[in-house]
Ligand binder design. Structure first.
Ligand SMILES: [Zn+2]
Length: 333
């Protein structure tokens, strides 16, 4: 069974977990804060099964009845709170699945542990309902909220919880993990690490997902001939992103890597350091054409597009502006 030693690159969090157990000071409410695919649920489950293990050590023994139930996902006192609606967790979800249930004593273990994935999509009403429980939790209760956008949590909730922030894992640790545990190395590992944003789960997903490679190909195809791109092609491209908003940040990551390659090539002239090795002809000619100032203007615009998406500016508008900047800056001789 996995234990704290299996959590890679989050030493502060693992230390916190160990410390609370060895000192017998387990909080009633925790927030694990970090992007999607950073292993929040994995970490929460390790903490929960360690706390419930009948041997009471710093790792789940993997042999007692509690560990068996936890490993099979059937522990009655480790409850993952699900929700029907993809976009939000409503007040009824919280009332039925937490507030009405938490008053019943644990069935088997000393504690009753609730894990709430995607807790930042709780509506304000739902958060207020949860707050009542967090204000006076039963002694046996532990609530672990998994949050990918802390800004969406009410300050009153944040003040009742201990917040643990997930840090980006450094590239070499991700690379080592992919090689040792997933037998992924070479170019596939390079791509996964480059776009992982410090997340092991994301790296793993990228390395094994044909979707991402397809997306990368479609973006680089467009960027290779951005100067000749016609209006209808531009609109089609923007529409595709707007129809599938989840990919908006992925598009920006790929675009950024592309322009970084142009910058690297312009300053070193060495293809060996490029991310997009297969497209080195296009990278080289773009590097020759564009001035440093144009390349950095595009990189700035990509950064600003990220801020705008975070601030919920219309996706189509953000990409329209960005593509216009790219076109303007792709200076011809
Ligand atoms: Zn055990």
């Amino acid at each position: 069974m996995d234990s704290f030693e299996d959590i890679i690159g989050q030493d502060e969090i693992s230390d916190y977990f160990r410390r609370t157990i060895s000192r017998g000071k387990v909080s009633h409410a925790l927030i694990l804060n970090g992007e999607k695919h950073t292993g929040k649920e994995y970490m929460a489950k390790i903490y929960a099964s360690t706390l419930q293990c009948e041997k009471g050590g710093l790792k789940p023994c993997g042999e007692c009845h509690s560990c068996m139930m936890a490993a099979s996902g059937n522990h009655p006192d480790i409850i993952t709170v699900t929700h029907e609606n993809q976009r939000s967790i409503g007040v009824d979800d919280i009332r039925q699945k937490i507030n009405d249930d938490i008053i019943l004593k644990p069935y088997y273990s000393a504690r009753k542990i609730y894990i709430v994935p995607e807790a930042s999509i709780m509506t304000e009403e739902a958060q207020n309902a949860l707050l009542k429980t967090l204000e006076e939790p039963p002694a046996y209760a532990l609530m672990i909220l998994l949050v990918d956008n802390k800004e969406r949590m009410l300050p009153t909730i944040l003040s009742r919880c201990v917040t643990l922030n997930i840090r980006p894992v450094d590239s070499e640790r991700i690379r080592a993990y992919l090689k040792a545990k997933k037998s992924i190395w070479g170019r596939d590992a390079d791509v996964a690490v480059a776009f992982a944003r410090g997340s092991i789960g994301r790296a793993e997903m990228l390395a094994s997902s044909g979707d991402y490679i397809a997306l990368m190909n479609s973006v680089t195809e467009l960027l290779s001939h951005i100067r000749e791109m016609g209006i209808s092609e531009e609109l089609d491209f923007i529409k595709k992103i707007a129809d599938n908003k989840d990919t908006a940040f992925d598009h920006l990551d790929i675009m950024e890597a592309w322009y970084r390659d142009i910058l690297v090539y312009k300053s070193t002239g060495k293809p060996g350091m490029l991310m997009f090795l297969n497209e080195q002809t296009q990278i080289a000619s773009a590097a020759k054409r564009a001035a440093y100032i144009d390349i950095s203007a595009v990189l700035d615009e990509i950064e600003s597009a990220r801020d705008k998406l975070n601030a919920n500016v219309n996706v189509a508008l953000v990409f329209e502006l960005l593509l216009d900047t790219m076109k303007e800056r792709a200076v011809s001789e």
